[in-house]
Design a protein around this ligand. Structure first.
Ligand SMILES: [Zn+2]
Length: 110
């Protein structure tokens, strides 16, 4: 398993893994709330911590073709969203290197 230390965030509102409360991102890092995941509402974040990424795969989404990888909580290994590696449409390029976390899989940590 290797080293298993976790990063702790210090924002006013922190989003964590619903399953194990591991910190994942700050409220301030939300770029957009207008996303939908497999479980409904999802947010686009500029940075997340304490996750592990899967293999890249190409997916056709409503906004076009993207290369994405699933991201999972480093602590409990539950999938919490995905990361955009590449967007093919110019209008979607801003998502490259950004992360989706599904609202349903998050909890607010205070
Ligand atoms: Zn977790």
């Amino acid at each position: 398993m290797g080293l298993s230390y976790n990063e702790y965030l210090t924002g006013t509102i922190i989003y964590g893994c619903k399953n194990c409360k591991t910190h994942l991102s700050n409220h301030e890092d939300i770029i957009s709330r207008n996303f939908r995941g497999q479980h409904g509402k999802a947010y686009l974040f500029s940075t997340v911590v304490n996750t592990i990424s899967g293999e890249p795969s190409e997916r056709n989404m409503t906004t076009g073709r993207h290369v994405v990888r699933d991201i999972s909580c480093r602590q409990c290994k539950k999938t919490v969203g995905w990361k955009y590696d590449r967007a093919y449409e110019n209008s979607e390029k801003y998502k490259e290197g950004k992360f989706i976390l599904e609202a349903e899989l998050l909890c607010k940590v205070t």
